[in-house]
Write a protein that binds this ligand. Structure first.
Ligand code: SF4
Length: 313
């Protein structure tokens, strides 16, 4: 079965081996973040609608679960903002009816203040909402959101949802050099975090090629300093080292392309996610380069593989 909506399992820094569910077509989003690794938002929208057929998504998940063992989470994320799908709650209930594997939703938090969105998220094990700043100008600089989105509504929505949500909230803070990494930013963010009461705060930075060149990563010293300022719940998310051969008997080239289509990846990332050993993988990558199916982009002294769009056009 060729999947349109399911990908992975991928080795996620936060969720272990995660079966990804992508329910928003490329590239619909309520934000157009400067650090986005997926690409420029072409449809900036906050309308909740049935972007892709729910029955088809559930059928793919059923099939993928029959083929993959040792999945740690089923994660709604992918090419855009998953809460924009108006049947997200129906999908979550459908997954809960087929498996006890915990469900996670990665969200940019943009419409978390809406009652229908909160209702849809209620029966998940984890939500990982983004909150990078409490300052409106910084918020607009980083996320370039749809004009109807208000940062104050996002923060109040998170505070309100925490009061009734039984799952875990892992707040993600993406730190960008010179934009939201000052002490003043961290002090204000800590106040908001104290109100939201997440279970964890994950500090992240720009480790993959960003949409905009000026979205630069902060140093490890800044990450440490920010962690100390935010306090006990904060942790720096580090690359996952675990490796598992999930795909040994599958069409390897096809799966490699599937991985890097979702996001540009280093050879180490691809090896970790795919479970293919580095020597074998190097041969596949050399052939894919030769065939112009992939290309290399350099960022922060690392080589990232991505789909060669010249070849696709
Ligand atoms: S980083 Fe996430 S929220 Fe931001 S534009 Fe990309 S997909 Fe949307």
């Amino acid at each position: 079965m060729n999947y349109k909506y399911v990908y992975g399992p991928v080795a996620s820094r936060r969720l272990g081996f995660s079966l990804g569910i992508d329910i928003i077509p490329y590239k619909n989003c309520s934000f157009n973040c400067i650090y986005c690794q997926v690409g420029k938002t072409t449809h900036l929208d906050i309308t909740r609608r049935v972007y892709v057929p729910t029955a088809d998504v559930l059928e793919e998940i059923t099939h993928a679960l029959s083929k993959n063992e040792n999945i740690d989470y089923i994660t709604f994320s992918g090419s855009g903002e998953p809460t924009l799908h108006s049947e997200l709650g129906v999908m979550i209930e459908g997954v809960r009816a087929m498996t006890s594997i915990p469900i996670a939703v990665l969200t940019n938090s943009s419409i978390i203040d809406r009652a229908d969105v909160q209702n849809d998220l209620r029966n998940t094990a984890v939500i990982a909402p983004t909150l990078c700043t409490t300052h409106d100008d910084t918020f607009r600089t980083i996320h370039r959101p749809h004009r109807a989105i208000r940062l104050s509504s996002i923060i109040e929505g998170l505070v309100q949802f925490r009061k009734s949500y039984a799952g875990k909230i892992w707040l993600e803070v993406m730190l960008i050099r010179g934009i939201n990494d000052s002490d003043q930013e961290m002090q204000a963010l800590k106040k908001a975090i104290d109100r939201i009461q997440p279970d964890k705060v994950h500090l992240n930075t720009v480790v993959r090629p960003p949409l905009e060149a000026h979205a630069s990563p902060v140093s490890s010293d800044t990450l440490e300093h920010s962690r100390a300022m935010i306090g006990g719940k904060a942790e720096i998310v580090v690359p996952l080292k675990k490796t598992q051969a999930h795909m040994a008997h599958q069409n390897i080239d096809r799966r490699i392309l599937d991985i890097i289509q979702r996001r540009p990846s280093t050879i180490k990332d691809i090896a970790t996610i795919s479970g293919i050993n580095h020597i074998e993988l190097s041969k596949h990558m050399a052939r894919l380069l030769e065939q112009s199916k992939v290309k290399i982009r350099r960022h922060q002294d690392q080589a990232f593989y991505e789909i060669d769009t010249k070849e696709e056009a």
